[in-house]
Design a protein around this ligand. Sequence first.
Ligand code: AHR
Length: 624
Amino acid sequence: MNAVTKADKIIFFLIVCLVTLFFSGCATEQERAEERNQIQFLIGVSQANLIEPWRVVMTREIKEEAGKHKHLRVVFTDAAQSSQKQINDVEKLLQQGIDLLIISPNDASVLTPVVAKAYKKIPVIVLDRAVEGYDYTLFIGPDNHSIGKQAGKFVADLLGSRGGNIIEIQGLNGSPPVRDRSEGFQEVIDKYGNIKILDRVAADWQRDKAEDEMKKILKKYPDVDIVFAHNDPMALGAYKATRELGLQGVSFVGIDGLPGANGGLQLVKDGILQGTFTCPTGGKEAVQYAIDILNHEKGIPKKIILRSNKITRDNVALYTDRQNEPVPNVKAKHKIVLGFSQLGRESQWRLANSASIKQAAKDEGIELLFTEADQKQELQIQSIRDFIKQKVDVIAFAPVVEDGWEEVLQEAKTAGIPVIISDRTVNLDDSMYTTFIGADFEEEGRRAARWLVQNMQGRTNVNIVELQGTVGSTPAIDRKKGFEEILREHPQFKIVDSETGDFTRDEGKKVMEDCLRRNGTDIQAVFAHNDDMALGAIEAIEESGLKPGKDIVIVSIDATKNAFNAMLAGKLNCTVECNPLLGPQLMKAVKTLVAGRQLPVRIITSEEVFSQEVARKELPYRKY
Ligand code: AHR
């Protein structure tokens, strides 16, 4: 618990006020007294620097959003590009008794320990660059790899069938966004035999440095067609360099899309940039979620990945207008109608997921058209077509498999009905849907493997049976991938058999029976992609005369009450949480869409790992 009292916070706030008042004129005594009584929460913001215009905008967004809430005070610190200063800033903010920390780290890995330290005391929101591990409350940031890919596709389209030559201007050497943007960009460019990246220069996100560097290297590359810069200011620097050297016919593409003079939007309007990709700062969202966290609201996600928009001359005016529009205070003219296609009833997880969606729709006054598809894609496609015919306001669905959705999602797009993907994802680019709400399945697989490795240390040979989920479904693909990633570093752990049990208890049992027949007793562990299959496997193991949980160690995914009971009985060793209670997040997203606002591209749920040791203590709190 934080030892700082409310009185301490008020004293601290008074100091902040005195300084502020000195510069900003005086409020009346009564106004000040009212204000003092209204402070409920003090938020500390640790900013990496205020040199980059993008960070100035982030800070401004935080201020503006916080300004809408009278009971909130925000204290800002600027680390001036020094990780050591930022560590000290965070320590000071903690001493001052902040209730929540928002941090945008200078160097994410150097800042990881101090963020973890803060997280032990108060909630922490990490912006922009993710620290290592999961010791924080919420991460909000862009998907830089995807931004790089979008930019690569755009540049390739600009060059057309002739192809051409590119120079890439990177931000600060070694920083994660530079690595991710560059890899994403390269991944796309590599597909075109007639497009070449002539050179890469690092200009530390700075316009002037980009201008200087480009003046040096452009002499070497007079045949450059496009400059792709990791931010708009550097693209502007490169543009200036070409003007000074009298080079014609070069196009410029940047990233950020900020408003204001010399911001990317203006540069696109002025025809200096051919295009830019917005990189939202997350400042506004951070304050909104901070308030939810401080008010102990349920269903706070673990990660929010913000959407990037492609801005060109064709849409810049529309985009700028939308940004400037006041947020509508929506009272839907009619009850919002949501069509939800559920994939089936295959597991306890699924039943909890359906119940959560139905309850949340009721709580939010949303009319829900709910269908179930018996794990058959064709039935889901039919349902979505029916929703389109019925002209629902929003369609949401949990896709049974990843492939095969393009046609029906195009139909929804053409009909102007926004689509939300929930739980599992689709193998399409994110322009085909508004958001994805669900878990990080790859990380769940990693967590299961890490637990096995830690708890079976010292064994020279561990033969593992893997019970996979539905073939072609995201959780089956990603859990396998994450699990194998960790095992690769531990060659004594071997997957000796891997079959699908389709996420059902009956199939899990059958598949385990077959595996026992094939492998005899030489199985030391089972990794089941869900609890239901693990419970089926437990039955099969018992019937074979072995002791599940002892002779064979079992780890599974979901963390249902049934799994907890199996852990209490000593038959299951560990379950990795996959949260099915997505209803409240889904309804929040539906309302945001109906209000005409954009959603993050991915909303990732918060999850934990539970083993037998904690099962008794945790069971009473399990909701599904
Ligand atoms: O997509 C989520 C998975 O689907 C759950 O882990 C599993 O139990 C369900 O069937």
